[in-house]
Design a protein. Structure first.
Ligand code: BMA
Length: 330
């Protein structure tokens, strides 16, 4: 990913092979492929509700493993987010009534239950193997959008110190106790930063994080000069990643329902292709295609298709076909 970043920006899509508009669980189907002829280069999946047969968005975990293996064997890159449910109840990641992070940390009353959840995550990631038995590398991106307060690990729901401990414990437990060796780690605040201090407010450390990300939907709705705001954030990520020898990515973005049919060329591209710096972003990933009102990649027949095709056909925007050609995979 580091080698590739200066050459191209990859396109990613959440739950791509799992479902789309008017279909679900048809082997190797994909709205992006239906529209462009190629899969996305980056495939996003989510571990929310791990320990149950299906995840929070009804993707069976067993199928997810199959899709991850397929994506990897085709030459693509897999990333895992985690809309984590509390280990102690089965409410939602969006529960913010109580301050719970402290209970999960070592010494806290729910620490054992939390470790059990991490065991499930370790079991999932640590058993991702290709047909030859080799480990499949994934980008794990836990505790995202912590600078907002909509998740129980969000800014107003714990102290920054508790947050960092939660993050460090998660990764160190997976690496050192569970010996999960096939993952790199992404840090993904939402868009609420204007400088380095704000960006790194929750940062668990250079020894933990491999990828500097941002989840940015909000800033990308605006147009014209207002797009300087997300552009500056992308420039910042690219600069920081270069300084630290890490990877920079827009780990989530998109326009829900695509009411603006030129969002890809007029908003997204204006930001990520703004200049030589922004072009060095590793990838951008749009969210899932659940319904007409809640989808982010176009589906066949949708008015946004021509604009999307114009964008993905730019030589430095890469789908899986481009990544395969670069990697010499047939
Ligand atoms: C949100 C929405 C929800 C979904 C969640 C986790 O943005 O897409 O429908 O459950 O992400 O994927």
């Amino acid at each position: 990913m580091k080698d590739l970043a200066p050459k191209a920006t990859m396109f990613g899509h959440q739950d791509d092979m799992s479902y789309g508009l008017g279909w679900r669980a048809i082997p190797w189907e994909s709205d992006v492929k239906r529209v462009t002829g190629s899969y996305p280069a980056v495939f996003g999946w989510d571990l929310g509700k791990i320990g149950n047969p299906v995840n929070l968005d009804s993707v069976p975990f067993d199928s997810m493993k199959v899709y991850i293996r397929r994506a990897h064997e085709m030459g693509g890159i897999n990333t895992l987010s985690w809309h984590a449910y509390l280990p102690t109840d089965s409410t939602t990641p969006w529960t913010t009534k109580e301050k719970v992070v402290v209970n999960l940390l070592p010494g806290g009353k729910d620490h054992a239950a939390f470790k059990h959840q991490l065991d499930l995550v370790a079991d999932f990631i640590g058993n991702l193997k290709d047909g030859k038995g080799n480990m499949i590398p994934v980008l794990f991106r836990p505790w995202h959008e912590m600078d907002g307060s909509w998740f129980w690990w969000g800014a107003n729901n714990c102290t920054t110190d508790e947050y960092k401990q939660l993050y460090r414990f998660t990764i160190e437990y997976l690496w050192k106790t569970k010996h999960v060796c096939n993952m790199i780690v992404g840090y993904s605040p939402d868009r609420n930063f204007a400088n380095a201090d704000e960006y790194y407010r929750f940062y668990p450390g250079d020894d933990i994080v491999d990828l500097l990300g941002v989840d940015n939907y909000w800033d990308m709705k605006f147009s014209g000069d207002s797009l300087n705001i997300p552009t500056k954030k992308v420039e910042f990520l690219v600069d920081e990643a270069k300084k630290k020898g890490k990877i920079a990515a827009m780990t989530e973005t998109g326009l829900e329902g695509l009411p603006d049919i030129k969002w890809y060329t007029e908003h997204l591209d204006k930001v990520i292709s703004a200049n030589e710096k922004t072009k060095q972003l590793s990838y951008i990933l749009v969210w899932r295609n659940f319904s007409k009102s809640h989808h982010y990649a176009p589906y066949p027949g949708e008015a946004a298709v021509p604009d999307f095709l114009e964008w993905v056909n730019k030589p430095d925007i890469w789908l899986l076909n481009d990544l395969k050609a670069y990697r010499g995979i047939k």
